[in-house]
Design a protein around this ligand. Structure first.
Ligand SMILES: [Mg+2]
Length: 345
């Protein structure tokens, strides 16, 4: 098997900022292509996140020392075990390889990935939220107006301007369902509780992601969960299946992302384990192309909510895949019939 890399500089429509972040208008990702001896090509994407201290340079350095000659689309677990012998493996780099392996395996089976996993995909069922990043109230008003065709918004919170920012959203979209994401920005359980009560008073907040830092104690998370007037979803606290027992104690749901799980195989297992543990599930994303967003869409049937707008927030997506017109995820116009169902634009 051979490995080909494609780096892409993704241009954001707006400067992207979340709690604790610097904000940026460019994001570099690495799209991975694994090609077997028969010429079958599997695609994946590494979208490293600063939140987890991973960079495009780290991913490229890792891929340079990786030898994929013994990898096979017919043996994903064996290929993943080989990958780990090149440790340390950046999670984003693992995601790129694993997603490419699953794409190739599904293509060899002649199936779309959602059928390869026996999940199927129901059209007109899965709606992605559209994210409003941290910004000035004026820009937030403009973004919310421009997102009028998206039925659900996600508002980044965990900032000194939370109240002004929600008021800006409400001045344009008074009753639209909104999810709030604190991104670890509220530092104490008391402050988080105060913010949750304020958000609940809005009446149209669906749930809140990561109200406390991932380093907060189990006791603090449980204290908050017992009192919260809104459902709480773990995001930075939930990476893989190993985190599900902790999350089942501390949250009502989890936000699973391919970049955190290290690809489709572990995302699939993490979502199944979460449901078994009684947790609500969602899939989120980073700033990504349609390669990784489409990969996430294949797992939609394992979720209660989708938040896969990373490709909508950029202006130069190099790939075509699942679409999200008016927020509705669809494979009707996907450019390929099997595998990941993506192609270069
Ligand atoms: Mg989040």
């Amino acid at each position: 098997m051979k490995l080909k890399l494609h780096t892409h500089q993704l241009q954001l429509a707006h400067k992207w900022k979340i709690a604790g972040g610097q904000g940026s208008k460019m994001n570099e990702v690495v799209v991975v292509e694994l090609i077997d001896g028969d010429g079958v090509a599997g695609f994946g994407e590494a979208a490293p996140a600063a939140t987890y201290k991973e960079t495009p340079a780290m991913v490229l350095e890792f891929y340079k020392r990786l030898d994929v000659s013994g990898f096979s689309f017919d043996d994903i677990p064996g290929s993943m075990a080989r990958l780990e012998t090149f440790a340390p493996v950046p999670s984003a780099a693992r995601c790129g390889i694993n997603t490419a392996l699953v794409d190739g395996a599904a293509k060899r089976a002649g199936k779309a990935i959602y059928d390869y996993y026996n999940l199927g995909f129901r059209e007109n069922q899965h709606v992605t939220s559209f994210t409003i990043g941290l910004d000035t109230p004026q820009i937030i008003r403009e973004k919310v107006a421009a997102a009028a065709h998206y039925p659900v918004l996600k508002l980044k919170t965990g900032d000194a301007r939370d109240r002004e920012n929600l008021a800006a959203v409400r001045s344009v979209a008074p009753t639209k369902p909104v999810r709030a994401d604190a991104n670890e920005g509220w530092k104490t359980k008391e402050h988080a509780m105060e913010m949750l009560e304020w958000l609940a008073a809005d009446g149209n907040i669906q749930f809140v992601e990561q109200p406390l830092p991932r380093t907060a104690s189990r006791e603090d998370f449980i204290w908050l969960r017992e009192r919260s007037p809104l459902p709480l979803y773990g995001d930075e606290s939930c990476h893989t299946v190993k985190d599900i027992p902790f999350c089942a104690e501390c949250f009502h749901g989890v936000n699973v992302k391919l970049v955190k799980t290290g690809g489709l195989s572990m995302a699939h297992d993490t979502l199944q384990a979460a449901r078994k543990a009684g947790l609500k599930t969602m899939i989120g994303c980073m700033i990504e192309t349609s390669v990784l967003i489409t990969a996430a869409a294949h797992l939609a049937e394992l979720t209660d909510h989708m938040d896969v707008d990373g490709n909508i927030l950029i202006t130069n997506d190099p790939y075509l895949g699942a679409t999200s017109k008016n927020g509705m995820l669809s494979f009707t116009h996907a450019p390929e019939p099997i595998g990941l169902r993506v192609a270069l634009r």
